[in-house]
Design a protein around this ligand. Structure first.
Ligand code: ADP
Ligand code: MG
Length: 275
């Protein structure tokens, strides 16, 4: 029997999305397909699942996830925010929700001004202890987390994806059957090179690319222009470099709630996504 690594498994699954299962499938593939079916059933009341992604860390994925989700909620939509960065789950800190956890089972997201939030950080008691898990453990944790959570009906679920192009983002992208993803990059060439890798990986899995956002930007998009021309997508946002982001997020304050200019930038991105 052929043994496959998780990455190969996910690619096989991506390329076999029809009702027919791959012939001679390894039992572990069948098990993942079954779990995926259960999770998709649980998430069936969610109209759009959008991943925020880059292979590179520190480019602003969490910043974009939090502020975009908050903006969509302010536009009157029913929105959930899933922090799926298992290694570095920062959403609760950015939203001032540290120390909160769902107190109902199945897990009900925590409420932040009407935004529904679930983070793997809510299940780790000590943030000073790093989470050191191998890929399959991360996949298992996220699967069980999703299988036991109840989001209710949502218009949008925004998912803050982990960096990299290996097990963690791969298994989450596949499990959730994302409707689309947004790439995040910065003006630096190295960020674009790695963001292009992530874009090509997610496209290979058949997920629609909604566009690229540049954060920490100068006067005009530089990194996003590189990504857009390499992958063939639109630049849907250019967010100026501002120390306000760090100052506010580090204190658990949401930049779009506190600053009119930042709010405008995110309304423009949100409109492109909903449009
Ligand atoms: N437009 C911006 N200008 C300045 N700093 C920013 C901007 N966007 C994000 N940051 C800061 O950059 C750091 C990394 O952002 P973060 O969202 O945590 O990245 P990632 O989730 O990709 O690791 C954070 O301190 C954040 O506040
Ligand atoms: Mg992050």
């Amino acid at each position: 029997m052929l043994l496959l690594n998780p990455k190969a498994m996910m690619i096989i699954m991506a390329e076999n999305t029809g009702p027919e299962l791959p012939k001679n499938a390894h039992p572990s593939i069948l098990q993942v397909i079954e779990q995926r079916k259960n999770i998709l059933q649980r998430l069936s009341n969610i109209k759009h699942k959008i991943g925020i992604y880059s292979a590179k860390g520190g480019v602003g994925k969490t910043t974009v996830s939090v502020n975009l989700a908050y903006t969509l909620k302010e536009m009157g939509l029913r929105v959930g925010l899933l922090d799926a960065d298992v290694d570095c789950p920062n959403v609760t800190m950015f939203l001032g929700l540290e120390g909160t956890f769902p107190d109902e089972y199945p897990l009900k997201p925590v409420d932040k001004d009407g935004l529904k939030v679930l983070s793997t950080a809510m299940f780790v008691d000590d943030k000073n202890k790093p989470i050191i898990w191998r890929g399959p453990m991360i996949g298992k944790m996220v699967r069980e987390f999703l299988d036991n959570s109840d989001w209710g009906a949502l218009d949008y679920l925004i998912i803050d994806l982990p960096p990299g192009t290996s097990d963690a983002p791969l298994s989450i992208i596949q499990l959730l059957d994302l409707d689309g993803f947004v790439l995040v990059t910065t003006p630096q060439h190295i960020a674009s090179v790695n963001t292009i890798r992530s874009g090509l990986m997610a496209k290979r899995l058949g997920v629609a690319l909604l566009g690229v956002v540049e954060t920490m930007s100068g006067d005009s998009p530089k990194g996003a222009a590189e990504v857009a021309s390499a992958i063939g997508c639109d630049i849907i946002g250019t967010i100026k470099a501002s120390s306000k982001f760090g100052d506010l997020s580090d204190r658990g304050l949401v930049p779009v709630k506190e600053d009119a200019e930042i709010k405008e930038e995110f309304i423009s991105i949100a409109k492109k996504i909903t449009g």
